[in-house]
Design a protein around this ligand. Structure first.
Ligand code: VL7
Length: 135
């Protein structure tokens, strides 16, 4: 049985989001706004097909993918870059590689107890976020 990420998740922890945004070249004013946001993730998982919707009061971001299939991701509303993106299982972790202008870019998701964990990486910066299922 694969891990089930589906559901509605609200952020409860966010470490070094600032460093991650700086590494993506996000301007000061946008970083100040973004740092105050409380993202909600709505994840749909059907077999190897995923949709991850990230909602905030400022901007939203949607990503759909199939495990192991590379696609072009445009990070619209974030740093607006194009990446060659692929997501794979590594044991019970969802591991995404975003190949493009930025070195060492990607993210991974895993479940720990009743929490959804997300690590976002760009260059030498790692942002660690924790979400809990919304009531
Ligand atoms: C990671 C935002 C900061 C610009 C706006 C902030 C709006 C919400 O990659 C992500 O999630 C993955 C894994 O769950 C699936 O797509 C979203 C959000 C990082 C980077 C850039 C600040 C402007 C944030 C849309």
């Amino acid at each position: 049985m694969p891990v089930d990420f589906s559901g509605t998740w609200d952020i409860v922890g966010n470490v070094n989001f600032e460093g991650y945004m700086i590494s993506l070249g996000i301007d000061f004013a946008t970083r100040k706004i973004a740092s105050l946001l409380k993202p909600r993730k709505v994840i749909e998982q059907e077999g190897d097909c995923f949709t991850i919707k990230t909602f905030t009061t400022f901007r939203n971001y949607d990503l759909s993918f199939k495990i192991g299939e590379e696609f072009i991701e445009v990070t619209k509303g974030m740093d607006n870059r194009s990446c060659q993106t692929v997501v794979n299982w590594e044991n019970d972790k969802l591991v995404c590689v975003q190949r493009g202008e930025k070195k060492n870019r990607g993210w991974s998701h895993w479940i720990q107890g009743d929490e959804l964990h997300l690590e976002l990486t760009c260059e030498d910066q790692v942002c660690k976020q924790v979400y809990k299922k919304s009531l």
